[in-house]
Design a protein around this ligand. Sequence first.
Ligand code: DAH
Length: 338
Amino acid sequence: MLEQVDHLLKEIEGFSCNTLEEVEAFRIQTIGKKGSVTLLMGEFKNVPNEQKKEFGQKINHLKNTVQDKINLLKESLEESEVATQTKIDFSRPAEFTSLGSRHPLSVVRKEILDIFGRIGFSVSEGPEIEDDWHNFSALNFPPEHPARDMQDTFFIDNEIALRTHTSSVQVRVMENSKPPIRTVSPGRVFRNEAISARAHCIFHQVEGLYIDKDVSFADLKQTLMYFAKEMFGEKTEIRLRPSYFPFTEPSAEVDVSCLICSGKGCNVCKHTGFLEIMGCGMVDPNVLDNCGIDSKVYSGFAFGMGIERITMLKYQVNDLRHFFENDLRFLNQFKSAY
Ligand code: DAH
């Protein structure tokens, strides 16, 4: 009887198979109701008393060995089955990958540059970290001008600051090229402002500059009218209100007829019929001379607009902060913009 146990143990230890069905068959053959191990266990009562202890231990060991063997075989066969199932099936249709979209500010920046590109304006860029000369002094800012104040400007040291407007780029362009100049300068600007629905410490501008002989205010008006109609629609009207900027004389603020009520008056335009979109003016002769352009020979106009402002008006976005939060629920709405 004891030899039979040993014999069976050897057989079981040597057993191997390749499928889960074979494992199940093995289980039935060994520890099933009529299995070899079960039958042997049934023989316990016939074992002479002095061998009962040894037989019991052996048969228990046998039973555990069978159970371990079954578990082990099952586990490894199941694993390899999963592995074969997860093999790449090249015949399956590809998974849909969702396309990203351009940021609304990029969409509008491109649109602005394209509009001016069509009438011969090139694109120029300058550094975001700027010196006092290019951001202020060359642009005719008096030394005590409030824009230089710590409250508005992020200073790095006495001389260097984060640019507060892209007008600094017009100085660089004038210093480095000869008229005729026709250029638009897009870029990020920085101001030390509390963040709210209407203000942010980082925003984007596009500056425009046109310098040649005999450039007049009428040229400026025509250019702005063309821009407004291209950007907001053929029926758009513009209105220029006298204003002040240190670097232009005369200066004006540009309004477009309200995009919502077409000038009739509504909440968006605060019942004025118009919305402000930018500043502009004839480049001050001092600025031309500061930048090495003879103001007796040349004249020019400049304008500057905020990309956020234009985007908010065009798409009726009511909170500036949306542009910086990268919330997909907001950004996804511009998927078809272009
Ligand atoms: N730099 C001005 C600003 O940041 C915008 C501006 C106004 C630019 C009038 C111009 C201009 O070129 O002529 O508020």
